[in-house]
Design a protein around this ligand. Structure first.
Ligand SMILES: Cc1cc2nc3c(=O)[nH]c(=O)nc-3n(C[C@H](O)[C@H](O)[C@H](O)COP(=O)(O)O)c2cc1C
Length: 210
């Protein structure tokens, strides 16, 4: 096991791979899951509206039920936790709270707070649902990536999963219409290493230099 304290961000990024075999006896405490999520929510988001929400599943019976609607993927049941990352279609409902808390923390003056609240209130509520879902999905991706890297830094492994029935998920967890499930992330102690995976050559993905 590498010395967890001495790895750089770059090392943690390179160590992360999607792990699909977990030690089912290993438990991550609820408190540690909270710490991971708290740290992950330092991610940037559009106008800092933080349109991500989480459902954390650690109960074995619930994980089994979730596995049944997630293409029977083993890691849904065997990993210590599954974090469902949901998007908030109505992120504009957080505008007041977010900017007031910036003001109360001394990060901005009152005039600036009022200006930013007015500006956000004049755009987000009038954007189409499709645009708001795109914003929430993008921001949820950023927080999801942070979750995976923070977990890796702590010696755990993860796999993000889009392969689950989103309608059934919303029914199973009584998710209100405001929120929509985006991705599941299994988090736990690896029982077998990940497959390695290659990447497209960098020349293929940099379209242009100007
Ligand atoms: C949005 C998204 C959905 C994914 N869905 C699944 C999935 O349902 N099941 C799975 O085993 N892996 C899934 N993956 C993992 C990818 O297969 C994996 O990230 C990719 O092959 C690269 O491998 P690596 O993560 O080990 O670098 C998903 C990844 C992403 C980003």
């Amino acid at each position: 096991m590498p010395n967890l304290a001495t790895r750089t961000v770059s090392e943690v990024i390179k160590e992360r791979h999607s792990v699909r075999k977990y030690d089912p006896a290993f438990t991550i405490s609820q408190e540690e899951m909270r710490d991971i999520l708290k740290e992950a929510t330092t991610a940037p988001s559009s106008s800092n509206l933080q349109p991500w929400r989480f459902i954390v599943v650690q109960n074995l019976e619930t994980k089994k039920q979730l596995r049944a609607i997630a293409n029977n993927q083993e890691q849904v049941e065997t990993a210590s936790a599954v974090i469902a990352v949901l998007g908030d279609k109505e992120m504009f409902k957080s505008i007041e709270k977010v900017y007031r808390s910036n003001f109360e923390a001394g990060f901005m003056d009152e005039a600036n707070m009022e200006r930013l609240i007015a500006s956000a209130n004049s755009t987000y509520p009038y954007a189409s649902e499709e645009i708001r879902k795109n914003i929430a999905s993008f921001d949820a991706g950023l927080v999801a990536m942070q979750i995976m890297l923070i977990a890796k830094e702590r010696g755990y492994d993860t796999v993000p999963m889009g392969g689950f029935n989103k309608e059934k998920f919303s029914e199973m967890f009584n998710v209100s219409d405001r929120y929509f499930p985006i991705v599941l992330i299994s988090v736990g102690k690896a029982a077998a290493p990940a497959f390695n995976s290659s990447r497209l050559p960098i020349e293929d993905v940099i379209i242009d230099y100007k």
